[in-house]
Design a protein around this ligand. Structure first.
Ligand code: DGL
Length: 282
């Protein structure tokens, strides 16, 4: 592992933004970033060798967060997006302590917007086991406790199903059916997708929950937050010309590049069929 940390003398607006997740989940965030910030370029790392983060000991995830943050910083990324709720809960504070003066945007389950949206006063949160158990999540829930009752439900096994090259919809429906039924039974009228993998099955969650329940995700708010941070640091790319999509993202995986590319095309569409995915050994 390359522990050497090279700090660029001056970050400039034309540099990439680093993005990472344990696998394909962060692609749901990348999609929002590409749409909302049309002149930015990205380096996306899928840490598939260490997937899933959601059930691993917390210190292992913190270690991966620091390894990937160092690597992205050494790549001279001007900022980093942690496109993973589990990684943010396990390592955002530590990464920010090491990389002071480097914009780091994390992702947290959208408890605040959900609390403002609910009419029944009950909000359901779907997230990984580690996110639900984290101190960061507990503190977040406590902050909005007077506004809404929050029912957090871990979904072990769901990330692994979404990571299959073709999403097995009926297995996913079977896994989610009792979870969604319990949230409905407790009167939840808003369901928060607290894991970046879950937006890829939001249609199944909406189908199970029915039309009276709002299902919310966090890709767009993260893109807005990144824009604010880049503007604040004078790092927003002022570009005027739209770059071809394939030139806007460099993909890396600690797993198998070809397998990742198949999932990328299945999830984000055929525009990505000529994407180059490189193997990363960190
Ligand atoms: N996508 C990640 C998140 O938002 C977690 C996936 C995993 O368990 O690896 O929490």
């Amino acid at each position: 592992m390359d522990k050497k940390l090279h700090t660029p003398a001056i970050a400039v607006s034309t540099q990439h933004v680093g993005v990472f997740d344990s696998g394909v989940g962060g692609l749901s965030v990348l999609k929002a970033l590409l749409n909302y910030l049309p002149f930015e370029r990205f380096e996306y790392v899928a840490d598939e060798r260490y997937l899933p983060y959601g059930d691993k000991p917390q210190h292992e995830i913190t270690d991966r967060v620091l390894t990937l943050s160092n690597w992205l910083r050494n790549q001279e990324c001007k900022a980093m997006v942690m496109a993973c709720n589990t990684a943010t809960a396990a390592g955002a504070n530590q990464a920010r302590a090491i990389h002071a003066n480097w914009p780091i945007v994390g992702i947290e389950p959208a408890v605040k917007p959900a609390s403002m949206l609910t009419k029944t006063g009950v909000v359901g949160i779907l997230a990984t086991t580690n996110t639900v158990a984290s101190e960061r999540f507990k503190a977040l829930v406590e902050r909005f406790d007077p506004m809404a009752k929050v029912i957090a439900h871990p979904c072990p096994g769901l990330v692994e199903l979404i990571e299959q090259s073709l999403i097995p919809e009926s297995a996913i429906e079977n896994l989610l059916k009792p979870v969604v039924a319990e949230l409905l039974h407790k009167q939840a009228d808003v369901i928060v997708l607290g894991c970046t993998h879950y937006p890829f099955v939001s249609h199944l969650i909406s189908k199970l929950a029915g039309p009276g329940v709002a299902v919310i995700e966090t890709g767009l708010p993260v893109a807005k937050q990144l824009k604010t941070r880049l503007e604040g640091e004078n790092l927003l790319n002022p570009g005027t010309e739209n770059l071809p999509l394939l030139e806007r993202v460099s993909f890396f995986t600690t797993g198998q590049p070809e397998a990742f590319k198949t999932k990328l095309v299945n999830l984000l569409g055929v525009d990505w069929r000529d994407a180059k995915v490189q193997q990363l050994k960190v």
